[in-house]
Ligand binder design. Structure first.
Ligand code: NAI
Ligand code: MG
Length: 498
């Protein structure tokens, strides 16, 4: 590693000092065909380390390991719910004990600020283990009366694990997304094969080490870094019982089609293009702050970001000026520099894609109130937070999920008009309303077709809350008590009392 960063912890340097391998059946192994790929620091464009690239053969090996770990009488199948609960809690505490290390690795691999990774991604990952530790002992069924004349029955339901779960995750919250898949799956007694994103495999691999240290039995969690080919091999595999995917709507559709071979269960958390609606009667300072957070959080690489601002005409100029001023004040720089407010985008591909959207909008006559269609700096994948006005509903910048720090603002006059515009999208992940009139806020919130609606706030969140998408933003819900439904099969047992 040619990284000259002097703040790196010895544990991080040591982790990066050797090529990373696959985790299969509790062992760290090379890919069968020896393939590797480089993972890059998006702030410096330097290679961090080489990582094994799993192929279909490695997927076969991992499926065997996961199946063996799942089937009775494996140690995992015999573990009591209470033991599983304690194990989950222990992992949460281990993550906390290594928080700075995870935060540094995430900042190196993804680009985000160390502090943002530590206080957000890493802290929430640890909390996720502790939250679900509580559910492990509460996977209850019900007893249900039957009415068959002259005969007596005892009927009840059991919630059983689905089996081998493949988790395929993106690069925007690498550790957290890995935990979103692993934690509910193992809480319910499944075994897992996780495929991290090719841009950001490192924190999932470090988590794999901690899972073994905590005492997760061999084969319960397997980790296969790789590209789309690795993900596709998992989705095609008839030994996989369920796929849980977070990523683009385009790949989500491919997964839904490919999963039909053995009709594996599929849950999908896909793209978004969230409308953020500000009425004349909003608390304007709070709404501006919310629009800035909602637009630029995580370098804009967040599926629930409020990328489409709709502002009622009476406050349009005031809101645009406020958001533009705040955007211009955001300092973009290396995630390790304490002076940075925002890091780079994750990859060269994403950098080019986002700048392309801004250029396209300018070419079509849009106005940049903040930001630029040019890269920031000559090294690293930096983009300035951008606010665009004079856009119409047909422009690509308004219809497509951009996944960068790009917000558009459009004025509106009436509630009906803005609800129609807000819902005029294939996506339905998140939406928000700012109004001090509680009638307006709740009524408009109810009319918005989205899985999460924020009223007078944005990004307020907890591991206790279910999340997921309406329309083409996905299938199923993650987290909260609902988050276990997709990881369990419901069995109905009918006994005749003779
Ligand atoms: P992607 O959807 O291609 O990648 C997500 C994951 O799926 C990665 O682990 C990838 O290796 C895997 N994958 C790719 N092709 C696959 C296939 N055929 N079968 C199974 N797994 C496959 O997302 P990508 O290319 O990184 O980003 C493209 C755009 O997708 C972004 O610009 C953004 O608009 C959107 N995106 C949305 C996310 C969200 O959370 N809503 C997250 C990441 C990207
Ligand atoms: Mg892709």
């Amino acid at each position: 590693m040619s990284h000259e960063n002097s703040t790196l912890l010895p544990a991080v340097r040591s982790f990066l000092s050797a090529p990373k391998q696959l985790l299969i059946g509790g062992e760290w192994v090379d890919a069968k065909d020896g393939r590797t790929f480089a993972t890059v620091n998006p702030s410096t464009e330097e290679v961090l380390v080489q990582v094994a690239h799993a192929s279909a053969v490695d997927v076969d090996r991992a499926v065997v390991a996961a199946r063996t770990a799942f089937e009775s009488p494996s140690p995992w199948s015999k573990m009591t719910p209470r033991e599983r609960s304690h194990l989950l809690w222990r992992i949460g505490d281990l993550i906390d004990a290594h928080a700075e290390e995870f935060a540094q690795l995430e900042a190196l691999d993804n680009g985000k600020r160390v502090e943002a990774a530590r206080d957000g991604d890493v802290a929430i990952s640890a909390e996720l283990f502790r939250y679900f530790a509580g559910w492990a002992t509460k996977m209850e069924g019900t007893s249900i009366p039957m009415s068959v004349p002259g005969r007596e029955f005892h009927a009840y339901t059991r919630r059983e694990p689905v089996g081998v779960v493949a988790g395929i995750v993106p690069w925007n919250f690498p550790l957290l997304m890995a935990c979103f898949k692993i934690v509910p799956a193992i809480t319910a007694g499944n075994t897992v094969i996780l495929k991290p994103a090719e841009q950001t495999p490192l924190t999932a691999l470090r988590l794999g080490e901690l899972l073994l240290e905590a005492g997760v039995p061999a084969g319960v969690v397997n980790i296969l870094p790789g590209f789309g080919d690795t993900g596709a091999a998992l989705v095609d595999h008839h030994g996989v019982d369920k796929v849980a995917f977070t990523g683009s709507t385009e790949v989500g559709k491919k997964i839904a089609a490919a999963a039909s071979g053995n009709l594996k269960k599929v849950s999908l958390e896909l793209g978004g293009k969230a409308p953020n609606i500000i009425f004349n009667d909003a608390d304007i300072d709070a709404a501006i702050a919310g629009a800035v957070l909602g637009g630029y959080f995580n370098e804009g690489q967040c599926c629930v970001n409020g990328s489409r601002l709709y502002v009622q005409r009476g406050v349009f100029d005031q809101v645009v000026e406020g958001v533009a001023a705040a955007a211009r004040a955001i300092r973009v720089g290396d995630g390790f520099d304490p002076a940075s407010h925002m890091g780079p985008l994750v990859s060269k591909e994403q950098h080019e894609k986002v700048l392309g959207y801004i250029r396209g909008a300018v070419a079509e006559g849009a106005v940049l109130n903040a930001g630029s269609a040019d890269a920031v700096g000559d090294r690293g994948f930096f983009v300035a937070p951008t606010l665009i006005t004079s856009v119409n509903e047909q422009m690509a910048v308004q219809t497509d999920e951009i996944f960068g720090p790009v917000v558009t603002a459009i004025p509106f006059d009436t509630e009906d008009e803005v609800v129609a515009a807000a819902n005029n999208t294939v996506y339905g992940l998140a939406a928000g309303v700012w109004s001090q009139n509680i009638g307006t806020a709740h009524r408009v919130g109810a009319r918005l077709r989205a899985g999460t609606v924020w009223l007078n706030t944005w990004h307020a969140d907890d591991v206790t809350l279910p999340r997921g998408g309406f329309k083409q933003s996905g299938w199923g819900r993650e987290l909260g008590s609902f988050g276990l439904d997709d990881y369990t099969e419901l069995k109905t047992v009918i006994a005749e009392l003779r």
